[in-house]
Design a protein around this ligand. Structure first.
Ligand code: URA
Length: 234
């Protein structure tokens, strides 16, 4: 059974800093499997029963965060120059090992999952997963009816790379919703490039059956349960 330092366990279970976790331990109110734990470096089993002042704590091994990514923020964990999606998380959701699942371009907005569960991240981004992703694109010209068929047949990108069949739904005012089931670099922008259109705005609306909540504003996030995150695979 995996073991974890008690101060790390407390910082995750109570959403507090390691320093605060150490202070709590000093207070003598923390027990693991019935024994008072005072030292932060004490290792306990991840399945231990940990109590604070007699109240049992719930430890979540992994966290799953749904963010409405704002423009101008990098889809990365850290960067020397630019703010990343992990930098802008609220303090209570921050922990070590967080990373965005797949990348949205700096100027793309919308649904982004941030987690510390590497296996889950791999499952979603694997080319074999074939999970559908839906994007709303604002184009610099008219989206013609004939493009629907071109997208459906699988576009060959400028560098010869072949795309799988994609759904194109034409909306008003040079907008369209595109559904793809892969994640090539700048894929949507490059697909529209083939039919002579530039992408002015791009927003991801969904991954699988998991959709961006309409009330979630750019920069805001919500924590998802393990059950909710499974909608990605439905
Ligand atoms: N396709 C793009 O071109 N950019 C994104 O950010 C996502 C998909």
């Amino acid at each position: 059974m995996a073991e974890i330092r008690i101060d790390k366990y407390l910082s995750v279970a109570l959403s507090v800093s390691r320093t605060d976790a150490k202070a709590l331990l000093k207070s003598g109110k923390i027990t693991a499997d019935g024994k008072v734990v005072l030292r932060p470096e004490t290792k306990i089993s991840e399945t231990a029963t940990v109590k604070y002042g007699g109240q049992e704590l719930a430890y979540k091994k992994y966290i799953y965060i749904l963010m409405n990514k704002p423009e101008g923020i990098l889809s990365a964990s850290t960067d020397k120059r630019v703010k990343t999606v992990v930098d802008i998380l609220p303090e209570n959701l921050k922990r070590t090992g967080l990373f965005p699942v797949g990348r949205l371009d700096k100027n793309t907005t919308g649904l982004l999952i941030i987690t510390d569960d590497g296996d889950f991240g791999h499952k979603v981004t694997s080319p074999k997963s074939l999970i559908k992703k839906q994007y709303l694109a604002g184009l610099d010209g008219k989206v013609k009816e004939e493009f629907v068929e071109i997208f459906k047949n699988g576009i060959t990108l400028a560098d010869g790379e072949e795309c799988m069949p994609a759904d194109l739904e034409i909306l008003e005012n040079n907008h369209a919703v595109v559904t793809i089931c892969e994640g090539k670099y700048h894929q949507i922008k490059r697909m529209f490039g083939v039919v002579g259109l530039g992408v002015n705005t791009l927003k991801r609306l969904s991954i699988g059956k998991l959709t961006l909540p309409p009330t979630l504003r750019e920069g805001e996030c919500i924590e998802l349960s393990l059950n909710e995150i499974q909608q990605i695979f439905e």
